[in-house]
Design a protein around this ligand. Sequence first.
Ligand SMILES: [Zn+2]
Length: 404
Amino acid sequence: MAKNGNGFSIAPHGGDLIDRVLRGEVRKAVWEKAQELPKVSLTPMGLSDLELIATGAFSPLKGFMLREDYERVVREMRLASGLLWSIPVTLPVDGSFADSLREGQEVALCEGDRVLAVMTVDEKYPYDKQLEAQEIYRTTEEAHPGVARLYGQGDMLLGGDVWLVDWPSATESEFPELRHTPAQTRRMFARRGWRRVVGFQTRNPIHRAHEYIQKTALEIVDGLFLHPLVGETKPDDIPPEVRIESYQAILRDYYPSERVMLGVFPAAMRYAGPREAIFHAICRKNYGCTHFIVGRDHAGVGNYYGTYEAQEIFDEFDPEEIGITPLFFDYAFYCRKCGAVVSAKTCPHGKEDWVYLSGTEVRAMLERGESLPEEFTRPEVSKVLIDGLKRWKEQHGSEDAGEE
Ligand SMILES: [Zn+2]
């Protein structure tokens, strides 16, 4: 624990909170020069990664990975320095574009044509997509959304440090009031006097089961940081704008406001299961959390990972290396005999007494405009989800929007 302003806070991963945002006159000069550089147009995930690197959420990364970092992360879950790191953060480009660049030159990283950052291309290198798929996603099947994205991206990677000169459009248009940087959340936690903070990652609405898990964790810490991911997800996940509204509804009516903070995590989902659980935990450490909730099948998709693999992977490392304390939870549900939300760990009854709905059933009910059972979801949340999904479909046509 390091002393920091009003109190004590957990050290960022690797020791220092990275800040790669240029400001003032320097920003202006670099921005002007960058207009003339070769432009790399970032994907939605690239835009998310750039924002997270620049703000220090990916500390100690200062840019997109060099070959030695990348290869060691893929094979050993470590950066070249030996520091634990589980997910590649790379900048893929087409081979022909890579051919036009020489190592050591600068490029502009862009959203469309708009310059957001400059990067010195310290390295350009080929990589093995099959190996990355197998090691990171534990499958080479294209049916896996993370693998599909990997196979569809460019064949060469550019590595180098970045300096941000302008923000992606999402930073200012999507939940700007909730898009706190790690430096901001650290100050907010300190101001509230929170020394122990539990982070909760989600890309789904909060049902009673999640509320139970969050409040159980909150019993042993000072504050809960509800930190839903709002970067790119699968098309059939509930859209972030609907989810955020549902979080605000449940927080307003069922949580003590002085012990909970809502923020958004601009990352894209990888669906890398165990590897992503470690990654999510390390990012939340950078935001200043001391504890992190890991549920069943964290960051999973389909049947690619075992139910508890995302918890078991934490045991492969010295807890001090991870730094943030994982809190493992089993599946929770309402039990009619217990008359409460419980888990398989605490309830002696059987499935016939448990109120359980699959993701498919939840989606079907919401789409028919039916409230979910009160034992499963708070009525205020059901209402927001039903109204929100209806509105979303009116605005976006018949594209998928639901809960996996
Ligand atoms: Zn029971």
